[in-house]
Design a binder for this molecule. Sequence first.
Ligand SMILES: NC(=O)c1ccc[n+]([C@@H]2O[C@H](COP(=O)([O-])OP(=O)(O)OC[C@H]3O[C@@H](n4cnc5c(N)ncnc54)[C@H](O)[C@@H]3O)[C@@H](O)[C@H]2O)c1
Length: 326
Amino acid sequence: MVDATRHPVRIAVVGAGAFGREHLDRLAARDDVAIVGVAEPSRAASDVVKGRHPAIPLFTDPVDMFDEVRPDAAIVATPAATHFDITSAAISRRVPVLLEKPVLPSSAQAAQLVAMTNDGTAFILPGHVLRFSADHVKLASLVKSGTIGDIIYIDSRRYRDASHARRYPDTDPVLMTLIHDIDLAVWLAPEPFVSVRGSRTAGPGFQSLTTADLETASGIRCHLRTAWTFTDGDLPPDRLEVVGECGSIELDAGHSLRLYVDGRCTELPLTSGDDPLANEHDCFVARIRNSQAPLPVSMNDAIIGLKLAEAILQSLASRREVAVSW
Ligand SMILES: NC(=O)c1ccc[n+]([C@@H]2O[C@H](COP(=O)([O-])OP(=O)(O)OC[C@H]3O[C@@H](n4cnc5c(N)ncnc54)[C@H](O)[C@@H]3O)[C@@H](O)[C@H]2O)c1
């Protein structure tokens, strides 16, 4: 554990593609963090880092970087297929990791990684960034405090432009974007989902609309959808709606948060200037400094999400409802 609130936490970043750079730009703006290295095999991507952050040491291999700079912590923002090897190398060197979603391509690999952290020497924070979004936190706390009564239905949508199908040809939209909606459902539902049915429209590759319907043992229903079909530009906002026995609450991300109870609609203020990724960094840094600092999302939550994602993929392949056992 890093002592001293005086010394910056020394963080290494693995992967400097589109999202790794989002991490880097925010970390570079903090005075409680020193970026001690970036590992990135692509020349084009590392040249962008060199242009924006000329002082940061660049490496092509994450393990060489871990051994040379011995960071206090690492952020892994590479394709999911590489997460196991990179994160296990970090964990075995006692380096805690903020691991981008999907944390692993399979729940079995995720469980294997968690087992490596059981001695408590390093932790993994799953990069489920919406858990750090102030408006999502507000919605979740209203739901959990019973404002709309017991939950009966959750609906979440996430539409992206068609370039996603070209940029991520090897990662199914269920793991790439629907995993956010799955995680929201896991966060909000008071009991586990026990059945799952997926559907997907025809499209070239992943350029299609994917839906998933989930149900708990007591009959709470959930409908999730993601589309990689839109033209870049104005897209419908990500949307989360939760219906309870006596009302509902709906968040149009970045646009509105509305509570419907007692026959009245109350427009709740959005949190201005909120930056969920910066909040995620706050939480990661706090935990690196203090092993008792809370993590709002655990690898166990991520594993539950991955098991549901696997059931959805199985349902897409079999065109049948899939039972999920816990
Ligand atoms: N939390 C979010 O909202 C969010 C949004 C976008 C992406 N992501 C996640 O971030 C990760 C990266 O996504 P992206 O959009 O930046 O992809 P990207 O393809 O733009 O970038 C990935 C980078 O990783 C590099 N890389 C590949 N193998 C590597 C290795 N072994 N060591 C070091 N670098 C390696 C590639 O060269 C590439 O530059 C994925 O897991 C993705 O799901 C999360």
